[in-house]
Design a protein around this ligand. Structure first.
Ligand code: ASP
Length: 327
């Protein structure tokens, strides 16, 4: 039997075309994206294409991600060898981690997009979609969790970040590097397996709110104070290795008594520390006051994990223990 790759389109620049009022907007469906990729007929693979959303990725929400997770699982249950999701690049890393955490299958699930729209000179969408399909077919990609394929590089969901506003080389996995490369069209994977954690993607997740608060020099915490009790959990994108100004500590500690507060770093690379600094507002001080360690997860990814855990009814200790898996 021929392998089958299911392509699910969500929108994004890869599917955009000029609008009458100026600028590009989502316009193309999954069929049109597939039709624009040369060389697919030679792969000996069946491709099925469906358009689930046609949105710029800043406008996707947890209900869309839940629907996507269901759609991917359905394709795999119906015998797809792998699934490719085409998606806007602005939030691709959050969607990738959401899929990584909610799909219980070793089959490759690959998310891709484009930095240049189809009508631009040097559009990268077709090459990225071709590479993503090749990875979705690769036996070596099984068990690696959700992957992001851009610019002939294969990134793991828990590592990948968009690191540039416009470059076609915008995607990196800081500190770890890509899990593999595409060489002459062929995936060469050296990846580490995904962390063995599967959480349910339920409708409950959309009803929850997790705030992401980035700490800045001279921050007195007013933004956090005004959050009041509007949030079910908070991720703090702390300074450096996980620090806040001394003046913010009482407020952060008070929040940590009420809701889970996860401490990540705004630096964009590396793990939050645990035991190095001892001043008020240091990581040691904040963990003593009940904050939860984000490990290597960056703030946006820590928010996805926290939101899924809260939707699953996890208590503070379970949340802390789960984040420990990402050390
Ligand atoms: N703003 C676009 C989006 O995320 C960017 C892209 O797709 O590259 O939908």
């Amino acid at each position: 039997m021929r392998p089958r790759v299911a392509i699910i389109a969500m929108g994004g620049t890869i599917a955009m075309a000029p609008s009458a009022s100026g600028g590009i907007i989502p316009a193309l469906g999954a069929d049109e994206l597939v039709a624009a990729v040369p060389g697919l007929a030679d792969l000996g693979v069946d491709l099925t294409a469906s358009t689930l959303r046609s949105l710029p990725s800043p406008s996707l929400g947890f209900d869309d991600l839940t629907a996507l997770s269901h759609a991917v699982r359905e394709e795999l249950a119906n015998g797809a060898t792998g699934v490719v999701v085409t998606h806007g690049t602005d939030t691709i890393e959050e969607t990738a981690l959401f899929l990584d955490l909610t799909i219980d299958s070793p089959a490759p699930v690959v998310v891709t997009g484009a930095m240049r729209a189809p009508a631009s000179a040097g559009a990268d969408g077709p090459a990225n979609l071709y590479a993503a399909i090749r990875v979705a077919l690769a036996t070596d990609a099984r068990g690696l969790g959700c992957l992001v394929v851009m610019s002939d590089e294969v990134h793991g969901a828990r590592f990948v970040r968009k690191s540039h506003t416009s470059s076609t080389g915008a995607f990196v996995s800081p500190g770890f590097g890509p899990l593999g490369l595409i060489v002459e069209g062929e995936p060469r994977l050296r990846g580490t397996p995904r962390i063995d954690l599967v959480l349910p993607a339920t409708d409950k997740i959309s009803a929850l709110r997790v705030a992401l608060v980035t700490v800045t020099l001279g921050d007195d915490g007013e933004l956090l104070r005004r959050a009041g009790d509007a949030f079910d959990g908070i991720v703090i994108a702390g300074l450096g290795a996980g620090h806040v100004p001394a003046g913010m500590v009482p407020l952060v500690a008070e929040f940590a008594q009420r809701v889970p507060v996860v401490l990540a770093s705004r630096t964009g690379s590396g793990s939050v520390l645990r035991a190095t600094y001892g001043y008020p507002g240091s990581e040691r001080d904040l963990f003593d006051r009940g904050l939860i360690h984000a490990g290597f997860l960056d703030p946006a990814k820590a928010r996805i994990l926290l939101q899924l855990l809260l939707a699953d009814g996890a208590d503070r200790d379970q949340i802390g223990a789960t984040f420990e898996l990402y050390r």
